[in-house]
Design a protein around this ligand. Structure first.
Ligand code: SF4
Ligand SMILES: [Zn+2]
Ligand SMILES: [Zn+2]
Length: 308
């Protein structure tokens, strides 16, 4: 298989574009796409002239590649600062190894890593949640705690925006799941954000036009230190169902992920001007995070789990 742009051997074939690319043309494509999405998303939150960009780094392939691309795109630009943040959920044997990868990457590119933890922020680790409720996956609490910890750290560190490593497959799955649940509100809330309620640092997803496979391939080609193992609790059956549906469709519709993601963006563009802003959002009385009641969801969950 030859590169469609030169005669060198191809490292990948892009079904949705009907092209094969060598390592160098592939890297160029992903970087060009990344920079264009990053520029648009920063412009969407009014940061085109500079700002402090927090980045959630779990140590997995997406977040490691994202951090490397951010540093590549903005590292030399004095108007921007990149602030990597890792959330330690407290999952022995898994998170420790991925935190090592996050540390190795940030050291390699000359950034310092801020590590926060569920135990410190919410008084309970994911492992403890799993042990308390052995018949259930701890993912519900884990996801709520992680989003809260990331937002708290980003606010404390003065970040104007937080970048996360969601790729095109993630965006397509989330969109399909929310559409089939008729949950328009969730579709509209999905990052990249152009606005956010007070206290919520808006999130951007500059990798969201590249597929999971493309993000992983770039990470491998650049020899980035990522941690490949899956969380031992990761059996999110619902998400797997949607992932399976999309994979089945891909055979016949190679652009299905792109279409789902652009449908979500189109819905956001059309509906957002008519929304009423973020009325009813106040601050959690315990931790100060945005909340629609007295206590935010993370504090409610932590209280229930700890019996406090
Ligand atoms: S798979 Fe579940 S428990 Fe594991 S890190 Fe993700 S949300 Fe947390
Ligand atoms: Zn080429
Ligand atoms: Zn709270």
């Amino acid at each position: 298989m030859e590169c469609s742009a030169c005669s060198r051997p191809a490292v990948t074939h892009l079904d949705y574009a009907g092209r094969s690319l060598c390592a160098s043309h592939f890297e160029r494509l992903i970087k060009r796409r990344f920079k264009s999405d990053l520029r648009d998303q920063l412009e969407g939150v009014g940061l085109e002239d500079g700002g402090r960009i927090g980045v959630g780094v779990s140590g997995g392939k997406d977040s490691v590649t994202l951090t490397w691309l951010l540093q590549d795109a903005l590292g030399e630009d004095p108007r921007f600062e990149i602030v990597p943040i890792s959330v330690d959920e407290g999952i022995p044997g898994y998170r420790d190894a991925s935190l090592d990868a996050a540390r190795a990457l940030t050291e390699q590119i000359g950034l310092s890593l801020e590590v926060v933890s569920h135990a410190e922020d919410h008084g309970i680790s994911t492992q403890e949640v799993a042990e308390m409720e052995p018949d259930r996956q701890p993912c519900g609490a884990c996801g709520v705690f992680r989003r809260s910890s990331l937002n708290r750290a980003a606010r404390r560190l003065g970040c104007d925006v937080v970048a996360t490593g969601h790729n095109l497959d993630d965006q397509a799955e989330t969109t399909l799941m929310n559409l089939l649940r008729s949950d328009l509100e969730q579709v509209l809330r999905t990052a990249p954000h152009t606005e956010a309620p007070d206290g919520l640092v808006p999130r951007i997803t500059p990798l969201a036009s590249s597929t999971e496979q493309e993000v992983a391939l770039l990470g491998v080609l650049k020899d980035l230190p990522f941690h490949g193992a899956e969380c031992p609790h990761s059996v999110d059956a619902t998400r797997r169902t949607y992932r399976g549906l999309i994979l089945d469709l891909l055979d016949k519709e190679p652009s299905v992920r792109h279409r789902l993601a652009s449908l979500a963006e189109e819905l956001k563009r059309r509906v957002e001007p008519e929304r009423e802003g973020f009325e009813g959002v106040s601050s959690c009385r315990t931790c100060g995070e945005p909340s629609s009641g007295g206590l935010c969801r993370a504090c409610q969950m932590s209280k229930a789990l700890r019996g406090a």
